[in-house]
Design a protein. Structure first.
Length: 266
């Protein structure tokens, strides 16, 4: 009896392992590296050869700017879609968190559209800083532009995939947390962030602790819709995962269900 149970356990584990590998293979086929979206590069470092232009059109080394926990936000200032809600949400989050801007952390907003210049960056800086109601050090939220070469470097480093569509771009909403030593530690995706989530991500970043956000856990169930520029529930993936889980549970139950003994009547 014990041998049978051991055999069933080993067989069940092999079946579950094989099914998990199949799910992984299917997932890789269904969700290759997205043309539009984010590929997390946790524990990688911001290179030292990226230069961006501040609102005075002065070139600055991105790596040298990161001297404290830093939020890098990639947008383009003329964006008619999610960039404005994203920057508005960040302004509201700054208002609600008890972390001190430019002391506990800083935010670097960088345009990934090489056509945009420093004058436009300065206007956007004033617009969004004016949304913050509490007293802050305004130098803690800086706005930048860059040329196409440096934009390519920073987007590839972060794993920020976007696509040009006419005069605009299809792209994800993203905040990238970077530790003072330049290490990428965390990603917050979307256009709205809970103050607690934002604060905890920065606290862990200050300690150099990296890890996927809850979004990473949910990413399997959601797919980025470029047309609507939002994340939508992937019903096919979710249903497939649930069916697979039920099948495994039923198999284990049936495998370990004790067989009834047939007794003969005299």
């Amino acid at each position: 009896m014990k041998k049978n149970i051991s055999f069933l356990l080993i067989f069940s584990l092999l079946i579950v392992s094989a099914m998990a590998q199949s799910v992984k293979a299917v997932e890789e086929i269904i969700t290759p590296e997205p043309e539009i979206g984010v590929v997390e590069h946790l524990n990688e470092y911001i290179p030292e050869d990226i230069f961006i232009n501040n609102i005075y059109n002065e070139s600055q080394n991105l790596r040298e700017l990161i001297d404290k926990p830093t939020v890098i936000m990639l947008v383009y200032y003329r964006c008619p879609g999610i960039c404005s809600p994203l920057m508005t949400s960040v302004a509201e989050t700054i208002d609600k968190t008890d972390l001190i801007l430019n002391k506990d952390y800083q935010i670097l907003t960088i345009s990934f559209d090489p056509r945009e210049g420093s004058e436009l960056a300065a206007k956007k800086r004033d617009n969004y800083l004016n949304l913050i109601t509490k007293e802050i050090d305004k130098d803690g939220w800086k706005f930048f532009t860059a040329d196409s070469l440096d934009i390519s470097k920073i987007t590839k480093t972060i794993g920020f995939n976007y696509k040009k569509a006419g005069n605009d771009f299809m792209h994800p909403g993203l905040l990238t947390m970077v530790a003072p030593d330049g290490k990428i530690t965390r990603y917050l995706q979307g256009t709205y962030f809970l103050p607690f989530e934002f604060k905890m991500a920065l606290i862990e970043t200050s300690k150099g602790i990296s890890g996927p956000t809850i979004y990473k856990v949910l990413q399997f169930c959601y797919t980025y819709d470029p047309a609507g520029q939002e994340y939508v529930l992937n019903v096919t993936k979710l249903a497939g995962t649930i069916i697979l889980a039920i099948a495994v549970i039923l198999f284990v139950i049936l495998a370990f269900k004790p067989k009834r003994k047939i007794t003969s009547q005299s």
